[in-house]
Design a binder for this molecule. Structure first.
Ligand code: ZN
Length: 184
């Protein structure tokens, strides 16, 4: 990301929406936006394989769940924020992942322009690829500012997406156990 170029673009944008980029409150805005984009869109420079540490399961073969992972992303249609919670579960094969890495994994994909469906699937697919588990379940609930702020009159609606693989897809009891645990 070229910070200087982003600053220039933000300044042009301010002018186009009818602002005076030189007034006091906006003087530092292009710089702030450019800096925040480094974080908000930092996921483009991250590879999940570098983040996820994988361990031997040491005989543990029951469902592992990390729930209520808060995340912030930007919708690719409007470049407006959507945010919510991700619930991620899997049944280990030979390998397990450090629990603290689950939120990091969600962030790698959330910190890009996204749609919620793809974000959900990318988390599930990446866990499947890295852990070769017996199944993965991912549920994401989020509120989209593009729906709330544009006067579509859906201020309180949220959207839920899910992705299931392996045992979570084939076995209804497994899926129900997961859904009960994330809703408890
Ligand atoms: Zn949108």
């Amino acid at each position: 990301m070229n910070q200087e170029q982003i600053q220039k673009l933000v300044k042009s944008l301010l002018i186009e929406i009818g602002e005076d980029p030189n007034r006091e409150g906006l003087a530092e805005t292009p710089e702030r936006v450019a800096k925040s984009y480094g974080k908000i869109f930092g996921g483009y420079n991250e590879n999940p394989k570098d983040i996820v540490t994988v361990f031997d399961n040491e005989g543990y073969d029951e469902m592992v769940i990390s729930k209520n992972i808060e995340f912030y992303s930007f919708c690719e249609h409007h470049m407006l924020p959507f945010h919510g919670r991700a619930h991620v579960g899997y049944i280990p094969g030979e390998k397990i992942i450090g629990l603290s890495k689950m939120p990091r994994l969600v962030d790698v994909f959330a910190r890009r322009l996204q749609n919620q469906e793809r974000l959900t699937k990318q988390v599930a697919d990446t866990l499947t690829e890295l852990l070769e588990p017996k199944g993965v379940g991912v549920v994401i609930e989020a509120q989209h500012m593009c729906m709330q702020a544009r006067g579509v009159n859906k201020q309180h609606s949220s959207m839920t997406t899910s992705s299931f693989t392996g045992g979570f897809k084939k076995n209804m009891a497994t899926r129900t156990e997961f859904l009960n645990l994330i809703n408890s």
